[in-house]
Design a protein around this ligand. Structure first.
Ligand SMILES: NC(=O)c1ccc[n+]([C@@H]2O[C@H](COP(=O)([O-])OP(=O)(O)OC[C@H]3O[C@@H](n4cnc5c(N)ncnc54)[C@H](O)[C@@H]3O)[C@@H](O)[C@H]2O)c1
Length: 388
């Protein structure tokens, strides 16, 4: 058994695949490949992260890891995820991978932010207490602003409001407390813009009317995306593991519930992954009959290089996830830079131009769209580093 990529663990926290992934990790730890899995710097997802902070508090039960990947462009900003990880390896890999992703998301979006993320080990439904959140806030505060937190899976705006009482280094607080509020509609708008740019590139027009679009996952972002698409007259199909939600969204926007059992094999114009990471993988790419992939989920490509190339060879246009789902970070950045809603939407709308530019650049350079976006982000970081 062999672990082939750094992004291998990216779906480790997801229900369907969780057990397989953990089994793999255990397998590697018990083999001669142990040296590849040194506790921190040897982790597969370790990518020259600047700092990794392990936080522990016996009284509240807090066990957290803060990953600071890169602060060349600015303070490392990224959300806090609370998840019932089945091992510390899994939690560490998640924070390493997510914090790295934030570096490139902010860099390609043109924000003066670095990449960071935090994970709290535990069940958000049963183990998240005000005391635990306050203690976590104290740890964030102790970093003096090098890491700024926000919401992620398992967190609500009210949790950030609580953290705000012990540290100024938190964003995503409620509008009534001077924050920018719920980022999901902004994220969805950015995805919509990225999708339109991909359509312009592939079909010569960015009008999505009558285009067949499958939205997988109709949570906070997915629903808002469905609203945008339905307003434009697209033929929208929705899928989710939550049946009640499917019916609610169908009735609200007059869209179709996907009734089949293999969304990947359906013929469509656009596939919008808005639930899981790593849905674009060896298994699905061979079945995909879409022309474009553009969605909100993080880390859609199971293996960035390999699967980016496979999509390119199949002629499927891939709008890089970390580029088009940046609306949320644009939204929270407003809290630091004091810009208003109009500016938030203007910056988010600009995802259209950036996406189109990157899709064209990938063609010119004969590289994957993911690589083209990554190169732009890396060039920004390198330029700033040289200035310093
Ligand atoms: N919220 C944001 O602003 C934001 C920003 C950037 C990226 N993202 C990413 O976008 C994605 C969606 O975020 P969200 O805030 O809407 O999350 P959410 O938890 O509100 O929604 C996720 C939805 O996916 C559904 N789902 C789970 N497993 C599924 C499966 N196997 N098939 C179909 N549906 C499934 C869930 O039932 C839920 O309705 C996540 O990957 C998230 O990391 C979100």
């Amino acid at each position: 058994m062999k672990l082939t990529t750094k992004s291998y663990f990216c779906t480790a926290f997801l229900e369907d695949e969780q057990n397989n992934k953990i089994a793999m990790v255990t397998e590697v730890i018990n083999t001669n490949e142990l040296h590849k899995m040194d506790p921190v710097f040897g982790q597969l997802s370790f990518d020259n992260h600047e700092q990794i902070v392990f936080c522990n508090d016996k009284d509240t039960g807090l066990k957290a890891i803060i990953g600071i990947h890169n602060t060349v462009l600015g303070p490392a900003l990224g959300g806090t995820r609370m998840w019932n990880y089945t091992s510390e390896w899994e939690a560490l890999n998640d924070v390493l991978r997510l914090s790295r992703g934030m570096t490139y998301k902010s860099a390609v979006t043109g924000l003066n932010l670095g990449g960071g993320k935090a994970v709290l080990i535990g069940d958000a439904k049963t183990q998240k207490t005000p005391e635990l959140m306050l203690k976590f806030g104290e740890f964030v505060n102790s970093l003096g602003g090098k890491y700024i937190t926000a919401e992620d899976v398992g967190m609500a705006t009210s949790d950030m409001d609580l953290v705000r009482t012990v540290t100024p280094y938190v964003t995503g607080i409620s509008e009534s407390k001077g924050g920018a509020g719920n980022p999901s509609p902004v994220t969805a708008y950015g995805v919509f813009m990225g999708m339109k740019a991909a359509a312009k590139y592939k079909f010569g027009s960015d009008v999505l009317e009558d285009k067949v679009i499958y939205v997988q996952g109709i949570g906070n972002v997915g629903e808002s995306l469905v609203e945008n698409l339905s307003n434009e007259g697209a033929k929208v199909y929705i899928s989710d593991i939550n049946q009640d939600r499917l019916e609610e969204v169908r009735d609200k926007y007059s869209v179709n519930i996907y009734g089949g059992d293999n969304i990947y094999a359906e013929e469509m114009d656009i596939y919008a992954p808005c639930a899981l990471g790593a849905t674009v993988n060896d298994f699905t790419i061979n079945q995909l009959r879409t022309k474009i992939i553009a969605g909100a989920a993080n880390n859609q490509l199971a293996e960035e290089q390999k699967h980016g190339k496979m999509l390119r060879e199949k002629g499927i246009v891939y709008a890089p996830d970390f580029l088009i789902n940046a609306g949320g970070i644009i939204n929270v950045y407003a809290e630091l830079e004091n810009y208003d809603r109009k500016e938030i939407m203007r910056k988010t709308e600009n995802i259209y131009n950036t996406t189109l530019e990157i899709l064209k650049k990938a063609d010119v350079d004969n590289i994957t769209t993911h690589q083209a976006a990554f190169n732009i982000a890396q060039a920004r970081i390198d330029a700033r580093k040289n200035e310093k």
